[in-house]
Design a protein around this ligand. Structure first.
Ligand code: DX5
Ligand code: ZN
Length: 221
């Protein structure tokens, strides 16, 4: 099993304490920063633009994990200036030319990830497995923080892990996004997930971020 890792959801971070928060993540060897990009079309919300992405990248040594919840992401990839070591995820539902977009992410030097809404079947990934480094399984319908887990996504994670392993893609990672609390992360981990997007259910709930990281490391790692 691939080792469990955290990807804090930066849209849930306190804007007034961004620098301080990023230093806590650096000091705790957090491997990714999850950046939610929403265009008000693919999802009913607007969030984190290109300027914010640039500022967070410039102010941190942690690679970004950019989650594009936007229509036709292929035409907009360059706006985000993706670099080596960074993940860019695009939704299978957001483009008619998924393989082209994934190949373009790779050609820009970043790591391609395909994202699936809760209702989208795993079969949508079958013919792009060699084009991706990870799959993002949405465990809530994307658009907002603070939603409840869609429970049938747990079995979907299990079926995805089996599908990847069966077809020889053991190194393809599974990221989960939405209501990743410690309690749900335990179930997601048991199903085969290894990157955990930590938003208002885990790192950015009441209390101290470092304590929440420690609890994750104790319970999940
Ligand atoms: C959902 C977002 C998530 C969300 C996760 O569209 O992509 O990053 O913020 O955090 P919680 O724990 O609030 O679901
Ligand atoms: Zn996300």
């Amino acid at each position: 099993m691939l080792p469990p890792r955290l990807s804090p959801s930066m849209m849930c971070a306190d804007l007034f304490r961004m620098g301080e928060t990023i230093h806590v993540f650096e000091a705790n060897n957090i491997p990714y920063l999850h950046i939610d990009v929403m265009d008000g079309l693919f999802v009913p919300n607007l969030m984190l633009g290109t300027g914010t992405v640039r500022q967070i990248r410039g102010g941190s040594s942690i690679p970004l994990d950019i989650h594009l919840m936007i229509e036709e992401p292929g035409e907009k990839l360059e706006w985000f200036d993706p670099g080596p070591g960074e993940y860019i995820s695009v939704h299978v539902e957001s483009t008619r030319h998924l393989q082209r977009v994934l190949a373009k992410i790779r050609s820009l030097g970043a790591k391609p990830m395909a994202a699936l809404n809760p209702a989208s079947p795993l079969s949508m990934l079958e013919d792009v497995l060699s084009d991706i480094d990870a799959v993002l399984v949405m465990t809530v319908n994307p658009g907002y923080a603070g939603q409840r887990l869609v429970p049938q996504t747990l079995d979907k994670i299990k079926r995805l892990r089996a599908m990847l392993d069966d077809k020889g893609f053991e190194n393809v990672e599974i990221e989960v996004d939405g209501n990743v609390s410690i309690e749900n992360a335990l179930k997601m981990r048991a199903s085969g997930a290894n990157i955990f997007v930590a938003g208002s259910s885990l790192l950015f709930k009441n209390g101290n971020i470092e304590d929440h990281i420690k609890l994750f490391n104790e319970k999940i790692r």
